[in-house]
Design a protein around this ligand. Structure first.
Ligand SMILES: Cc1cc2nc3c(=O)[nH]c(=O)nc-3n(C[C@H](O)[C@H](O)[C@H](O)COP(=O)(O)OP(=O)(O)OC[C@H]3O[C@@H](n4cnc5c(N)ncnc54)[C@H](O)[C@@H]3O)c2cc1C
Length: 442
């Protein structure tokens, strides 16, 4: 079978927020960029933004499980998991700069201006979400509107999608990394979809080429001066392991997530834009926000908890949902045999219990019947911390062993971010591109 061979200044692997940002910045600076993405671009498919489509572009049709049966959700398509995200933005925590030397303050501020990130206008927050907010505030909790990657002007119907937005935004109101990919391509970047990268060939000092297969068949290689891995918390450690870096994937972070649901006599949170209000409790190690699964996913996820819970579906539209994300400890990992483990440590469980108690109080204050309140099974939407800064990478995101190989995605986090990730990854991508131009292309 003939081999496809490409030459580039920069090979970027993975087109989520990390890869899309690096590719766009480097292409705009006039560099020859080849962007390799395993999935395809689903945006023009009639399935995009539907339950059926979501099954097709999430890993293992949304049923990727760790050994402990924690359900991981990750997008395999152009734009990666930003297609599925809730569009909530958060500045990076100060410790990333103060403890690890990753100062992306300027890049983050620039992105906030560029993408007009800010809280939703009050009229779009939604009745049920405001009801949860009021209940939390009346308990003296520090809840507030969250900034969003959303432009209400682009949504004809005025944000009627509700939780279905997490299946993929079909109206265009939610920013996804596809926008940066389009801009990268416009600036000359070559995007090749359907390429699953397997490994990077190197001599122990420099990376020479990236190898993968197009649609699982045709071998493809990209020879590049610089390689940037952006295949995220699961993809990047796997490629590194196959390239001989066996420390990758030892230990993992996830911001493990549950929802606490309760039914009451009023509109449910499913109908509102998700995660538009909430609170960061850094001292107790978790964040809270309102969140509800899209209607068809609800019974499917509940089946993981038990058939009795799936039978709560008739009260779906009267349910208030509060999401908990716990700042977890490094544990488990992504292993060379393909398995993933993410056990909850004693501290993680304590944090989760603390947060659950708070959610119960909010839901009861909001009028939910205490007998209807329960917690969903654990899931993970932030696979990260598998190629950590300070251990495998320096503060410029360079792999210690090689002069010209970098990683720029959620795998780089040295500690659980425990807050929305995308703005931080974009900031890292912008800073990395500036660094590459200065050190490799001056
Ligand atoms: C349901 C859900 C809700 C979320 N809500 C929010 C939110 O509100 N705010 C927020 O900031 N974050 C949120 N997140 C998290 C956020 O979407 C991700 O953390 C973010 O997309 C990670 O960016 P990344 O660049 O690291 O990787 P990804 O977005 O995962 O992109 C990695 C890309 O690499 C590709 N890839 C993987 N392996 C290979 C390979 N071998 N070869 C080639 N390509 C490969 C994948 O197909 C993918 O396109 C949410 C996530 C989910 C699932």
């Amino acid at each position: 079978m003939s081999r496809i061979v490409k030459e580039a200044d920069v090979a970027v692997i993975g087109s989520g927020p990390g890869g899309a940002t690096v590719a766009r910045q480097m292409a705009r600076a006039g560099k020859k960029v080849v962007l390799l993405e395993w999935g395809r671009d689903w945006r023009n498919s009639p399935f995009y933004g539907t339950h059926t489509g979501c099954l097709m572009y999430t890993d293992k049709m949304g049923m990727l499980l760790t050994k402990e049966r924690l359900n991981i959700v990750r997008g395999i398509m152009t734009g990666g998991s930003s297609n599925l995200f809730c569009g909530t933005a958060s500045r990076p925590p100060a410790w990333l700069r103060d403890k690890y030397g990753v100062n992306i303050d300027a890049e983050v501020s620039e992105t906030i201006d560029e993408l007009k990130i800010g809280p939703l206008p009050d009229k779009y927050i939604g009745e049920a979400s405001k009801h949860v907010l009021d209940a939390a505030l009346s308990l003296g909790l520090d809840w507030e509107p969250y900034p969003k990657f959303m432009n209400p002007d682009k949504c004809n119907g005025g944000f009627k999608c509700g939780s279905v937005c997490m299946l993929g935004c079909s109206c265009g109101a939610k920013w996804t990394a596809n926008e940066y990919i389009d801009q990268a391509v416009l600036a000359g970047c070559e995007l090749i979809t359907g390429v699953r990268v397997r490994r990077v060939i190197h001599d122990g000092t420099n990376a020479h080429r990236v190898e993968g297969r197009l649609y699982g068949m045709t071998p493809i290689e990209v020879r590049a001066r610089v390689v940037v891995l952006c295949a995220s918390g699961i993809g990047s450690p796997r490629i590194l392991q196959q390239s001989g870096f066996m420390k990758a994937g030892q230990g993992m972070l996830m911001d493990p997530t549950v929802m606490v649901y309760g039914a009451y006599d009023g509109p449910g949170t499913y109908a509102d834009p998700q995660m538009s209000v909430g609170s960061y409790d850094d001292s107790n190690g978790y964040i809270l926000s309102h969140l509800m699964d899209p209607w068809l996913l609800y019974p499917m996820i509940m089946m993981l908890k038990g058939p009795g819970y799936a039978l709560t579906f008739p009260r779906y539209k009267r349910t208030l949902g509060i999401m908990i994300k716990v700042k977890d400890e490094v544990a488990g990992g992504v292993f060379p045999d393909g398995s993933i483990s993410k056990p909850m440590t004693v501290r993680d469980k304590e944090r989760l219990r603390h947060a659950e108690n708070v959610c119960h109080k909010i839901l009861i204050r909001a009028g939910c019947n205490p007998r209807t309140i329960f917690t969903t099974p654990l899931r993970g939407t932030h696979p990260s911390g598998t190629v950590r800064i300070g251990e495998m990478l320096d503060s410029n995101l360079k792999l210690h062993e090689l002069n010209n190989m970098y990683v720029c995605d959620a795998s780089t986090f040295p500690e659980a971010l425990d807050r929305p990730i995308v703005l931080t990854v974009i900031g890292m991508g912008k800073r990395l591109a500036a660094h590459l131009l200065k050190t490799h292309f001056a």
